[in-house]
Design a protein around this ligand. Structure first.
Ligand code: SAM
Length: 241
């Protein structure tokens, strides 16, 4: 077992995954794993990624179900989730149509021309994400699901121990993800939302709006000690709030 990774892989599911938050605060990433993650293109700073890793570990060992991310892009956050979940043999499903969000298209702020498929002229992040998962040795853990999140949601029945929303940030897409995916979070499971900016000067509103909606719904409570930067973490309590 690596230093700083106190939970054995065969640990039984924890009745209350929040019983020992300090346990998840120690992510235990090896330097080579961190170096690999840093080499993958994406939009997740190290500190938010480490927070996501901690939540992934808790969710994965809870026995409540698989983890699911909306918004793979090139696989950066999927690697954090995968490294957190792999020791518990809990799968991580990462959903993306791999055509990029609005802001990834040509002429927009976050466009990367190297991610355009020369044959079709369209964005295609799938080959890059697949290579990242392979390089991380996470092919048995991180399952790339290719398609529009709404289509996947329409056929998805399994309760989730962690839902991470980081897909389209436009109002319509973000709300559609919120409405169709959050009911799939298991009781006792977690909801994480990326790019939550209370101040409009810092970023777009929809992720913040759905974060507020989750709180106001009474179905989720924030776990402030796990929220980091623009990453907000909530938990669906086992009993009604
Ligand atoms: C902000 S990026 C994800 C960043 C990634 N989580 C990371 O940490 O690097 C958003 C991704 O969501 C995808 N996306 C946007 N709308 C989508 C939709 N309706 N269905 C599936 N994927 C979508 C885009 O293709 C893009 O790759």
């Amino acid at each position: 077992m690596r230093a700083g990774f106190p939970v054995p892989p065969d640990a039984p599911p924890t009745a209350d995954p929040l019983a020992d938050p300090t346990d998840a605060a120690d992510p235990g990433l090896r330097p080579d794993q961190l170096e690999l993650i840093r080499s993958v293109k994406g939009f997740m700073p190290d500190d938010e990624g480490q927070a996501l890793l901690g939540v992934a570990r808790y969710a994965a060992r809870s026995g409540l179900g698989p983890l699911l991310e909306i918004g793979t892009y090139c696989g950066k956050s999927a690697l954090y989730l995968g490294f957190g979940a792999a020791p518990f043999r809990t799968p991580v499903f990462s959903v993306d149509h791999h055509r990029g969000s609005e802001e990834n298209q040509a002429g927009w702020e976050h466009h990367d021309a190297s991610l355009v498929d020369s044959r079709s002229g369209r964005m295609d992040t799938l080959p890059v994400a697949r290579r990242a998962v392979e390089a991380a040795g996470l092919e048995e853990t991180v399952v790339l699901v290719v398609g529009p999140s709404m289509v996947v949601a329409s056929a998805w029945g399994q309760p989730l121990s962690l839902l991470f929303i980081d897909g389209g940030h436009g109002r319509e897409v973000a709300w559609a993800d919120y409405r169709s995916w959050t009911p799939k979070v298991a009781e006792g499971g977690y909801l994480a939302i990326h790019d939550v900016f209370p101040d409009p000067a810092d970023g777009g509103r929809p992720p913040y709006e759905i974060f507020c909606a989750a709180l106001e719904s009474g179905r989720f409570q924030e776990v402030p000690e796990w929220s980091c930067g623009s990453l907000r973490v909530l938990r669906r309590p086992a009993d009604p709030v």
